[in-house]
Design a protein around this ligand. Structure first.
Ligand code: SAM
Length: 220
């Protein structure tokens, strides 16, 4: 990349980060990760000039890379810590997984499940270009979770669900957190679920708009 391009991207990233802070995200680990992971490596060529805009972009096959603010907001609600094992449902471009990967490194990891085979190679290439090594992309139906590596410290769903899928609640550790957009009258309501020993605590965090979760526990 030319020096002038690099400087221009750095300027755009700094504007984006200020916008995310103004919208209410304050976790320094997340803001640092957004600075470190180049979003331009996770968008399609035709959207390169919009890579640092604060809105979702198409990644093909009817799917999107989420708005940067939404990524930051959801991850802040997950309360990620170094060393944690996280399940992501909906790899898409691999960007959200990469931001989480930066926060949990060096000994934490992200297991990310994607249902569309066409997006698997896209995500893997993007992760490779960004030098992210602690994200494992799995091709499958994440609406039933990924039992091979369960239980997880945290689980994030990046597609709109009819309800929080039961299998993922089972695959969550005690005192673990799930953040997921769940169907409501106004698109989806962001839900934060905390799994206590004998109960589930549910917090509603406002309305968002996501592409639908497919699969057995999704919209099929
Ligand atoms: N996290 C992504 C990123 O950083 O680019 C954006 C995710 S996009 C909004 C939603 C993704 O969920 C799409 O890639 C879609 O194919 C995927 N998806 C939908 N249903 C799924 C399922 N049952 N299992 C795994 N992935 C699914």
């Amino acid at each position: 990349m030319k020096t002038s391009e690099k400087n221009s991207n750095e300027k755009k990233i700094s504007i984006l980060i200020n916008e995310i802070i103004d919208m209410g995200v304050s976790d320094k680990k997340i803001l640092h990760a957004i600075k470190k992971v180049p979003r331009d490596l996770f968008v399609r060529k035709e959207n390169l000039n919009e890579a640092y805009e604060n809105y979702p972009l198409p990644i093909g096959f009817g799917q999107t890379i989420s708005q940067p603010y939404t990524v930051a907001f959801m991850i802040e609600q997950l309360e990620l810590k170094q060393g944690e094992k996280v399940l992501e449902i909906g790899t898409g471009s691999g960007y959200n997984a990469s931001i989480m990967a930066k926060i949990v490194e060096p000994n934490g990891k992200i297991l990310s499940v994607e249902i569309l085979s066409d997006l698997i190679e896209f995500a893997k290439q993007n992760l490779k270009k960004a030098g992210i090594k602690n994200v494992h992309v799995i091709h499958g139906d994440g609406s039933v979770g990924y039992s091979d590596e369960a239980p997880y410290d945290k689980i994030i769903v990046t597609a709109g669900c009819p309800e929080i899928p039961n299998p993922i609640i089972e695959q969550l550790k005690e005192e673990g957190i799930i953040v997921a957009p769940v169907e409501s009258l106004f698109g989806q309501e962001m839900i934060k679920l905390i799994k206590h020993k004998d109960s589930l605590a549910i917090k509603k965090l406002g309305n968002f708009s996501f592409v639908p979760l497919k699969g057995k526990k999704g919209y099929r």
